[in-house]
Design a protein around this ligand. Structure first.
Ligand SMILES: NC(=O)c1ccc[n+]([C@@H]2O[C@H](COP(=O)([O-])OP(=O)(O)OC[C@H]3O[C@@H](n4cnc5c(N)ncnc54)[C@H](O)[C@@H]3O)[C@@H](O)[C@H]2O)c1
Length: 448
């Protein structure tokens, strides 16, 4: 059922009663949860992916995004009742669907330079199945202006924007909390090509999101929301890191100061740490920087520099900890705990462990690594040996906040390590406890 021209209540009603077909392109960490949630609220959903194995799994009712709590059940239930199915045929899906959601990867390099191949591919396929009254929504993160730059591709269908609707509704979530976030942790941000499309898209997201929808005046403004959220985090983490370095110089514990300062409602000092990784926070600032033609986003550039310098600082802390214990870094056995960029997720983009391992090796340390989500091959790819115990280790360096590291048995560590130095790059351990077991405990914002 075509939704343009309906008011939001009519849209909700149509969706809940199974009269709307939604095609979600990209059945990955974000796409599959979204597709399952739409289906669970009554829509007929076609999941589109180029990966045949992914499609087969879904059609068997199997969830392949294991990090997502609750998704197994959601996929199984909705496939069983026939509301969710998957295909590799993106053109046919576009022909059948009333709403097409693009949630394929927007690939970038570390400096935010885009490779929009998957998005273009999907846009081409949609253009071959587009009908009057259809709505296309980009949910994948887009530098402001990107969604509208796809219009010429969609218009290859012979239809003009206005005859079909275009909208951007950024995915405001992350792996591990997608279902919770999609269904109502935060309001949905929506910008559309015209008022009728906006009204329909509000209806679509109000159906699934208990926190409602914030309509924006344009598609570009909606794109900017998501990007600015990332910039805010990056700049504020950089501020926390800068103050943490200052605290180290002045013999203060940064976290003690931050926590007290944050009891005042205008202060939101973030957590300092070993570096900012992932596909989002360190990349989105580059979207702003790269698109600035007349303005010079100095603060944003400086924040990037500060955050990128933190792995080097963690190496400096390791040198200090070892030297204080009477050992040079050269020849020491250092175990890096964490290869992923953050806890609980097997993603490596800009993981702090990589430059830390490289620099430790440059200075002559013997470097080992362990990560509960990774394999020996992953460690070798990072240039480190794989080690699952602490025997003979002189310093451990924590670079990801995995649950397993928060629960480290410090007594066992103290018994096995040759030199008792901990550099906690993610603030996961209790400093008092570590010191009780005789460790030299250093972290960003307190050099011991
Ligand atoms: N992962 C996150 O935490 C997160 C958070 C917010 C926003 N996002 C954004 O969501 C988008 C998707 O990210 P993701 O993490 O779900 O990616 P992902 O890598 O987990 O999954 C992407 C899926 O798209 C499929 N795909 C690739 N090219 C395709 C094509 N041409 N046609 C159909 N399917 C194709 C892949 O096979 C894969 O299954 C990105 O723009 C990302 O920036 C991700």
């Amino acid at each position: 059922m075509k939704l343009i021209g309906l008011n939001r209540e009519e849209v909700k009603n149509a969706l809940k009663t199974g009269r709307v077909t939604i095609a979600v392109y990209g059945m990955g960490k974000m796409g599959l949860p979204l597709a399952a949630v739409f289906a669970d609220h009554g829509a007929k959903v076609i999941g589109v992916d180029i990966n045949e194995r992914v499609v087969e799994n879904i059609n068997r009712g199997e969830n392949h995004i294991k990090e997502e709590p609750g998704l197994d059940e959601l996929v199984r239930r909705n496939v069983e009742v026939g509301r969710l199915r998957a295909t590799t045929d993106g053109i046919r899906a576009a022909k059948e669907a009333d709403v097409m959601v693009i949630l394929v990867p927007t690939l970038t390099d570390e400096r935010g330079n885009l490779k929009l191949g998957p998005v273009y591919d999907v846009a081409e396929k949609i253009s071959k199945g587009l009908e009057r009254g259809d709505i296309i929504i980009t949910e994948a993160t887009m530098p402001p202006g990107t969604t509208e730059s796809l219009i010429p591709i969609f218009e290859k269908s012979g239809l003009k924007v206005g005859e079909f609707g275009l909208a951007h509704a950024p995915e405001r979530t992350m792996t591990g909390t997608a279902i919770r976030d999609i269904t109502g942790q935060y309001p949905k941000i929506v910008g559309a090509s015209d008022e009728k499309t906006l009204e329909a898209v509000i209806g679509i997201y109000e159906t699934i999101n208990g926190k409602g929808v914030i309509p924006m005046s344009s598609i570009k403004a909606a794109e900017a929301v998501k990007v600015f959220e990332g910039v805010y985090r990056d700049v504020n983490i950089a501020l926390a890191n800068e103050l943490a370095l200052w605290c180290e110089e002045h013999g203060l514990d940064a976290l003690e100061v931050f926590q007290a300062a944050n009891t005042q409602p205008y202060c939101h000092l973030h957590m300092p740490g070993a570096g900012v990784g992932g596909h989002c926070i360190p990349v989105y600032p580059w979207f702003v920087i790269n698109l600035a033609k007349k303005t010079n986003p100095r603060l944003i550039k400086t924040a990037r520099e500060i955050n990128d310098s933190m792995p080097h600082h963690v190496v400096e802390l390791t040198v200090k900890g070892l030297n204080d214990a009477g050992r040079p870094l050269k020849g020491s056995n250092v175990l890096v705990l964490g290869l992923t960029f953050r806890g609980g997720v097997r993603e490596f983009m800009k993981a702090a462990a990589k430059p830390i391992i490289e620099e430790l090796k440059e200075w002559g340390a013997n470097v080992y690594a362990y990560d509960p989500l990774c394999t020996r091959e992953d460690a070798e790819r990072f240039g480190a040996g794989w080690k699952e115990d602490f025997r003979g280790i002189d310093a451990i360096v924590i670079t990801a906040d995995h649950r397993e590291f928060k629960e480290l048995n410090l007594e066992r560590l103290a018994g096995e390590m040759r030199t008792k130095v901990i550099v906690d790059g993610r603030n996961v351990l209790d400093p008092e406890k570590a010191r009780k077991y005789g460790f030299r405990y250093l972290k960003v914002g307190n050099a011991g």
